[in-house]
Design a protein around this ligand. Structure first.
Ligand SMILES: Nc1ncnc2c1ncn2[C@@H]1O[C@H](COP(=O)(O)OP(=O)(O)OP(=O)(O)O)[C@@H](O)[C@H]1O
Ligand SMILES: [Mg+2]
Length: 328
C-alpha cells in the first residue's frame, strides 16, 4: 500500500501509510488504542473505502478490483462475530456456504480447520458455552477455511489470558507454516509482536513511525546494556576504553554501565580484562532493550500492555451481542 489516507469527516485516522507485506510473512502492525490498526485492516479487507492512496493484494487493487481482492483474503475481526446460538460446526458451515463450498469439500474443510485449532471435541456444542479463547480459535478457523492467500487478524489475542494467548500464537505460526498463509496481524501487545512477527510496523496517530524486524528495532536503541559491579570502576573504565570494543561507558555507584552490540560476548571479555588487571568484579547484568523501550524512545510514551478499556470494550460488545436478537 502506498500513501494510504483515511479521513472520517475532518479527522484523519490514517495519515499517509505505506508498507508492503511479503509473501509468507507474519507481519505485525503494532500500536496503541486509536493508532489506526483496524482502519488499515478494514481498508485492506475492502470493508471501508480509502480516502486517497493505493492498496492492493497480489496486484488486485482493493478499490478497482474489490471482488477479486476479497477472494484472496480471510479476516478475523477485532470484535467477536460468531453466532452464539449456533454450534461451532454450524458457524463454520454458514461461512462455507457464503463462500460456495459444498458437499464433501465443505465437510473436509470444516474438519481440517477444527483440527488445526484443536476444537474437534467442542464442535457440536453451542458457541455460547465456549470460553473466550475457544471462540477466538473458532474465529481463526473460520477465517482461513476458504483457503485465502492472506489472513488478517485484528487483535487476535485481545482480552485473553497469557496462556491462551500463547496457544493462539502457536496456531498462527502453524497456519503460516503449514497452510502457507501470509498473515497481517494487529496488536498492542509488545511481546506478541516480538514472539511471532517476522517484521513489525510501529504505528501511532495514523503514521508508521518505524518498520523493521524486532531484532533490528531493538538494536536501533544502541544494543545491549551491561552493568558491572566493581570496587574500582575508574581503573576498569580506563582499561575498557583503551580496547575500543564497547560503545558508551558510564560510571555509577560502585560500577560501570556499558553499551555494546553483543552483550553475551562482551561480558566474558570484560571479566577477563578485569581479572588480568587484578580488579574484582562483584556482579554483571545484561539487559537487552525490549520493544517497549523502542516504543518509548520513538513516541515518548509507554504503550499499555494490558488495556483495561479494550477488555471492557470486548465485554461490552459481547454483552451487546448477547442481548441482540433476543425476544423482549
Ligand atoms: N467510523 C469511524 N468514524 C469516526 N472515527 C473513526 C471511525 N473508525 C475509527 N475512527 C477513529 O480513527 C482512529 C483510528 O481507529 P482504529 O480503530 O483504526 O484504531 P486501532 O489502532 O484499531 O485502535 P484499537 O487498538 O483501540 O483497536 C481513532 O481515533 C478512531 O476513533
Ligand atoms: Mg482496532
Amino acid at each position: 500500500m502506498r500513501n494510504l489516507v483515511k479521513r472520517f469527516g475532518k479527522f484523519t485516522a490514517l495519515d499517509g501509510i505505506s508498507f508492503e507485506v511479503k509473501e509468507g510473512e507474519i507481519f505485525g502492525l503494532l500500536g496503541p488504542n486509536g493508532a489506526g490498526k483496524t482502519t488499515t485492516i478494514s481498508i485492506l479487507s475492502t470493508t471501508i473505502n480509502l480516502t486517497s492512496g493505493h492498496a492492493s493484494i497480489y496486484n488486485r487493487d482493493v478499490v478497482k478490483s474489490k471482488d477479486d481482492a476479497r477472494k484472496l483474503i480471510g479476516i478475523v475481526f477485532q470484535d467477536p462475530s460468531l453466532d452464539e446460538e449456533l454450534t461451532g460446526r454450524e458457524n463454520l458451515d454458514f461461512h462455507a456456504r457464503l463462500y460456495g463450498i459444498k458437499g464433501n469439500d465443505k465437510r473436509e474443510a470444516i474438519d481440517r480447520v477444527l483440527k488445526l485449532v484443536e476444537l474437534e471435541d467442542k464442535a457440536d456444542k453451542q458457541v455460547k458455552t465456549y470460553s473466550g479463547g475457544m471462540k477466538r480459535r473458532l474465529e481463526i478457523a473460520r477465517g482461513f477455511m476458504h483457503k485465502p492467500k492472506v489472513l488478517f487478524l485484528d487483535e487476535p489475542t485481545i482480552g485473553l489470558d497469557p496462556q491462551t494467548r500463547r496457544k493462539i500464537w502457536e496456531y498462527i505460526v502453524k497456519l503460516n507454516k503449514k497452510e502457507k498463509l501470509t498473515i497481517l496481524l494487529t496488536t498492542h501487545y509488545m511481546e506478541e509482536a516480538d514472539a511471532i512477527c517476522s517484521r513489525i510496523a510501529i504505528i501511532d496517530h495514523g503514521r508508521i513511525i518505524r518498520l523493521d524486524t524486532a531484532e533490528k528495532l531493538k538494536d536501533s536503541l544502541g544494543g545491549d546494556v551491561i552493568k558491572i559491579g566493581t570496587g574500582n570502576p575508574k581503573r576498569l573504565m580506563a582499561i575498557l576504553k583503551k580496547c575500543k570494543l564497547f560503545g558508551s561507558i558510564k560510571e555509577f555507584n560502585n560500577g560501570l554501565e556499558i553499551t555494546t552490540n553483543n552483550g553475551s560476548h562482551a561480558i566474558p571479555k570484560i571479566i577477563e580484562l578485569a581479572k588480568d588487571a587484578g580488579i574484582d568484579v562483584a556482579y554483571t547484568t545484561l539487559n537487552r532493550p525490549t520493544l517497549e523501550d523502542v516504543f518509548i524512545s520513538l513516541t515518548g510514551n509507554a504503550i499499555r500492555e494490558e488495556s483495561a478499556s479494550s477488555a471492557d470494550q470486548l465485554k461490552a460488545n459481547q454483552e451487546a451481542r448477547d442481548t441482540r436478537g433476543k425476544p423482549i
